[in-house]
Design a binder for this molecule. Structure first.
Ligand SMILES: Cc1ncc(COP(=O)(O)O)c(C=O)c1O
Length: 377
């Protein structure tokens, strides 16, 4: 249990021992297969814990100039970048930050090829392909959905000049197990297999839920080792979520209790502003010591601090009645929270803290009015 006594709320607390356990699982996959694992910064980018992460992972996968710069300045190992398109004015700075760059189309590759040729440093270039094999059920998260803009389909790969291209990248998964990768690899090889022998590396993207307890690590290792043996290429994975899965909390306090057909609690955190995937995915986060509605005697709908009618975390029950001031611990709140939060309604951003191996919680960052104001003009 976390010692919440003196903790300001709302607050994200990153659990260092849990993060290290995830990193050990990922590192074991690298050791066993010789693959290289990058952390996707879009999922988790808390640079205060980069020193821990860089001991195990090979680098970062960035999706913009700012992420690439953060990776270069704060992480310092390999920086790979992929975005659906690059901006002319940012490109030289982007190149200076990265080691690998992946293009989403041959038109982008042709546009920027001369800039790469004249750059001071060598950058390894790749093309993102779209194997047109859907494993993700929710269209919002399916890069292979019909009319997807992400990656070159086989039809448009035909007859292209691949000189200067050293790698292929695909990203098709989201929170999925190794059987989804197995089927994706089959589709990828069926469509693009003839080009693999000419490549130095293949990037299998993210969405591999490797650190989830039921993930089939054995199958993942078999797939990677077999692929490397058959083609003699480097294999990269770039998970975001798996790095920080179950490695953090969002702590919130109850501000008010009211009733409208059922008991409702208003929290000092917001689903919309502080944990947007709760509404976007959508999903129901777990709370320590709480259950589903009706599981314990005292049930509440837990609502956020903004005026959005749907700013609701969900319906929960507790063994004891909630009080104004009660602290709630939402679990699995490290990934896709800090990197996606907003100051909608002017609500304050949660502080950021680390729970160390000794169990002590250290606050590393607090936010205030300036963080809200500086984004507005
Ligand atoms: C290209 C790419 N790589 C990696 C990731 C990370 O995925 P995840 O956090 O699900 O592992 C994403 C997520 O959208 C992505 O689009």
């Amino acid at each position: 249990m976390l010692d919440l006594k003196d903790l300001p709320t709302p607050c994200y607390v990153i659990d260092e021992p849990a993060l290290v356990r995830n990193l050990e699982v990922l590192d074991a996959v690298q050791e066993r297969t010789g693959c290289k694992i990058l952390m996707a910064l879009k999922g988790f980018a808390m640079f205060g814990v980069f020193p821990l992460i860089r001991q195990r992972l090979r680098g970062v996968a960035a999706s913009s100039l700012h992420e690439a710069r953060l990776g270069r300045e704060e992480f310092g190992r390999e920086v790979h970048v992929y975005a659906p398109a690059y901006r002319e004015g940012e490109f030289d700075e982007l190149l200076a930050c990265c080691d690998h760059i992946v293009f989403n189309s041959f038109s982008q590759w042709r546009r920027f090829k001369p800039r790469i040729a004249s750059a001071k440093k060598e950058v390894s270039c790749g093309i993102r392909v779209n194997p047109e094999h859907s494993e993700v059920r929710v269209a919002l998260y399916d890069p292979c959905a019909p009319f997807s803009r992400l990656g070159v389909t086989r039809e448009h790969f035909r007859g292209e000049d691949l000189r200067g291209i050293s790698g292929l990248h695909f990203h098709t998964l989201c929170e999925l197990n190794a059987d989804s990768l197995e089927r994706t690899l089959r589709a990828f090889e069926e469509k693009f297999g003839e080009f693999i022998p000419a490549m130095k590396w293949i990037n299998f993207g993210g969405g591999h839920h490797i650190t989830r307890p039921d993930y089939d690590v054995e199958l993942l290792c078999r797939l990677i080792a077999d692929f490397r043996k058959r083609y003699g290429v480097e294999v990269y994975l770039e998970p975001g979520e798996a790095v920080a899965l179950n490695a953090g909390y969002l702590i919130a306090s109850v501000l008010d209790l009211l009733h409208n057909g059922r008991p409702i609690a208003i929290l000092d955190a917001s689903a919309a502003a502080h944990a947007p995937d709760v509404l976007e995915m959508p999903y129901r986060p777990e709370i320590e010591g709480a259950g589903k509605e009706g599981e314990f005697p005292y049930s509440y709908r837990l609502g956020g601090l903004t005026c959005l009618a749907g700013d609701v975390f969900g319906d929960y029950s507790f063994p004891e009645p909630l009080q104004v001031g009660s602290k709630l611990v939402f679990t699995d709140m490290a990934h896709y929270t800090m990197v996606k939060n907003t100051t909608f309604n002017g609500v304050g951003l949660p502080a950021i803290a680390i729970r160390g191996a000794d169990g002590k919680i250290r606050i590393v960052r607090r936010f205030g009015y300036e963080d809200y104001r500086n984004r507005l003009s």
